[in-house]
Design a binder for this molecule. Structure first.
Ligand SMILES: [Zn+2]
Length: 327
């Protein structure tokens, strides 16, 4: 575990660099991440890589640490019973979850013992429900929190420093996720996905309502994630106004092509041209967000070490600007 806690560093106003996409980077390196995927519906995504390609998972983490990431997110996005069950691996979820935590901790210990590992967990899976108006927690009841709590405890035992429930959709789900993940006894950050250029969530909920609902709940930081950079720029100022704690962002720059899925190859844009922002463009966004109060910046889908390497330049500049000047 790092000598100085991430809580202290955030409290002191420091800006921290997060890693970029893990699942999309594994896909780019030729690891199967589409088991059980159909059309644009993902299966357990990169979860299976923890046992099928552990060396590549650890290498991705190490590459992010080598270009300067202070925080890496473990490959646990969908290492849960509800996400692994559809491919017949529900009964083995703990093996996949533990391996994800351990690989990230091992990479951290090997490359930069002062870095932090966030245990990143998506919300429990509900199958193929689309166009829902009910929240996940309303549909799943206690089962929703139970999966987050059990997943968090498995990850805490592997040595991760922070719990990061991410891609949590409705405000009611965010509150339940934060409460459940806190049971593992680590600080909890929340990743809110797919905000819009109107400055709200994709379900039309506001940052004010989100922050209000989370008041008194154990959330240390709120991050806008897997959203387009311009949507982060529209929404982050509203989050800054609404929430007193540390804020941050790790946007996507598009999605890798999903081919081949469903037994045939779907040709889309290739991986590089699918990126909606170049490394230096994303770094310019990060500079703007840091000026607007973001303390954690990184990337989500389709970002790679090259994006994080570019963001390191602006994070370092922000640190120099804040550091006390020698006289
Ligand atoms: Zn993403």
């Amino acid at each position: 575990m790092p000598r100085r806690s991430v809580t202290d560093r955030l409290r002191s106003g420091e800006v921290l660099l997060m890693d970029g996409g893990t699942g999309s980077e594994l896909q780019r390196r030729g690891v199967e991440v589409l088991l059980g995927s159909r059309g644009d519906k993902l299966g357990p995504w990169s979860a299976t890589a923890n046992l099928d390609a552990p060396d590549v998972v650890q290498q991705v983490h190490q590459d992010y640490l080598r270009v300067g990431a202070d925080i890496i997110i473990s490959n646990n996005f969908r290492t849960t019973p509800t996400r692994l069950a559809p491919v017949g691996l529900g009964g083995r979820w703990k093996e996949y979850a533990e391996a994800g935590g351990r690989l990230a901790v091992r990479a951290r210990d090997a490359i930069n013992p002062e870095a932090y590992v966030a245990g990143g967990m998506a919300a429990p899976g509900l199958g193929m429900l689309n166009d829902r108006t009910e929240t996940d927690v309303a549909i799943m009841g206690e089962e929703y929190g139970r999966e987050f709590a059990e997943h968090s405890k498995v990850l805490a035992a592997t040595g991760v420093d922070v719990m990061l429930p991410e891609f949590v959709n409705y405000i009611a789900d965010c509150v339940a996720a934060v409460d459940a993940c806190a049971e593992a006894g680590r600080p909890v950050w929340l990743g809110v996905p797919m905000v819009t250029t109107e400055g709200i969530t994709r379900n039309g909920e506001t940052m004010e309502d989100l922050a209000h609902a989370l008041r008194g709940h154990p959330v240390q930081a709120i991050l806008l994630m897997c959203s387009r950079p311009e949507a982060v720029s529209a929404t982050l100022p509203r989050l800054r106004q609404a929430f007193d704690g540390p804020i941050g962002a790790y946007p996507n720059v598009g999605y890798n092509p999903m081919a081949p899925v469903g037994g045939r190859v779907h040709l889309g844009p290739d991986i590089i041209s699918a990126q909606s922002a170049s490394p230096s463009q994303l770094a310019q966004y990060a500079e703007e967000w840091i000026e607007g109060g973001a303390q954690i910046v990184g990337g989500c889908c389709a970002t790679g070490p090259e994006h994080i390497m570019a963001m390191k330049v602006v994070v370092d500049a922000a640190r120099r600007a804040k550091a006390p000047r020698a006289s």
